[in-house]
Design a protein around this ligand. Structure first.
Ligand SMILES: Nc1ncnc2c1ncn2[C@@H]1O[C@H](COP(=O)(O)OP(=O)(O)OP(=O)(O)O)[C@@H](O)[C@H]1O
Ligand SMILES: [Mg+2]
Length: 337
């Protein structure tokens, strides 16, 4: 496909791919500069982000999430590997590939002397969106900035700026929207509003990729999640499958009397006694049944006043997968902030 078309037209003309984003063996090594040694930030990432999905990219600080996103956005040059956005190879047709994606970078970069309305109009102009097709007002409303439409960007609060960045990434109605930590610094109410808008966009067909440190949010919002650690994908599956692999639960039992130690009858299970009357038993639902645990408690001659269970969530999985020992040679503070 020629890359001379205006980007907006080029994307519309392109056939619809199965994968909104497809990367193969993507690698990035940042060169050494000054005292900083070279850094291998991506160590061969292969991912296919299905068209229409709401895809979560999770990982601890320094995992390589922004590097990945910035390569897609054309802001960072990859070292090797291939990347296609909406079926368009970023090397073969960089402009068209860039037109297929809207990126909200982690770092705020707004011109302070423009107003939100001007910024959105300018951005639309850059992408060749005809005046009649611009959605400036609707976007301002969606991100809750209508009443700030004519204020200088420099007078906006941090959260407002971030919301403006989100609107800016959507002016050319890209089929793929990528949000790098979009809700960092955004308050709870507006975060909900932003997510509602992201959900609507996704329902209307936009593929959304986001990174977030709010695991709960990812668990609730994303249909598919990839967990990245040290520049590699360590888990990638439908959210519900990932959660199903978490075969671990806790049974919390309130007893009818005080104990000094875990009763011997419970030795087959992993039990602790955080308080004299509180017994916590960890078990794998696929192997042990709650009935067996309760029977063991009864066999110890104890009465039960109350019970509850605690299920592990994505946070546990995330910690399990990313708490691996530090690789040899890694600096102590590197990625372990
Ligand atoms: N421009 C750069 N030059 C050199 N090293 C870099 C550069 N950008 C990132 N890195 C390094 O690459 C690694 C991955 O960084 P990246 O910003 O992609 O992580 P991240 O997953 O987005 O982290 P965070 O959750 O903190 O945003 C880190 O070790 C980082 O220090
Ligand atoms: Mg980042």
């Amino acid at each position: 496909m020629p890359d001379a078309l205006t980007p907006a037209t080029a994307v519309k003309a392109f056939t619809v791919p199965d994968a909104a984003v497809e990367v193969r063996d993507l690698r990035k090594t940042y060169k050494a500069s000054g005292k900083a040694p070279a850094k291998e930030a991506l160590k061969g990432i292969s991912l296919a982000i299905p068209r229409g999905s709401l895809y979560g990219l999770l990982g601890p600080n320094g995992a390589g999430k922004s590097t990945f996103i910035n390569i897609l956005a054309g802001l960072v040059n990859k070292t090797s590997g291939t990347a296609r956005i909406w079926g368009i190879d970023i090397d073969q047709a960089p402009r068209s590939a860039r037109a297929a994606i809207g990126v909200v970078p982690q770092e705020l970069n707004l011109d302070p002397f423009f107003t939100p309305r001007e910024l959105l109009d300018l951005q639309a102009g850059l992408y060749g969106v005809p005046k009649a097709e611009r959605q400036t007002e609707r976007l301002l409303e969606a991100v809750g900035l209508k009443d700030k439409a004519n204020a200088y960007a420099r007078t906006l609060s941090g959260g407002m700026r971030r919301r403006l960045m989100v609107a800016k990434a959507m002016v050319h109605a890209p089929p793929v929207l990528v949000l790098d930590e979009p809700t960092a610094g955004v308050d709870v109410e507006l975060r909900q509003m932003l997510w509602a808008h992201v959900r609507d966009l996704n329902k209307a067909g936009t593929t959304v990729v986001l990174t977030t440190h709010y695991l709960e949010e990812a668990q609730e919002l994303c249909d598919t999640i990839a967990i990245v650690n040290h520049g590699q994908v360590v888990a990638c599956d439908a959210t519900e499958n990932l959660l199903r692999t978490l075969d671990s639960k806790e049974l919390v039992v309130t007893l009818d009397r005080d104990l000094d130690a875990v009763p011997a009858a419970l030795s087959p299970f992993k039990a602790t006694l955080p308080a004299p009357r509180k017994l916590v038993v960890s078990y794998q639902p696929s192997r042990a049944k709650v009935g067996e645990i309760l029977a063991a408690i009864a066999a110890a001659g104890l009465g039960v006043q109350d019970i509850s269970t605690v299920e592990s969530d994505l946070e546990d999985l995330f910690l399990q997968l990313t708490r691996a020992p530090r690789p040899a040679g890694a600096a102590p503070d590197d990625e372990y902030r």
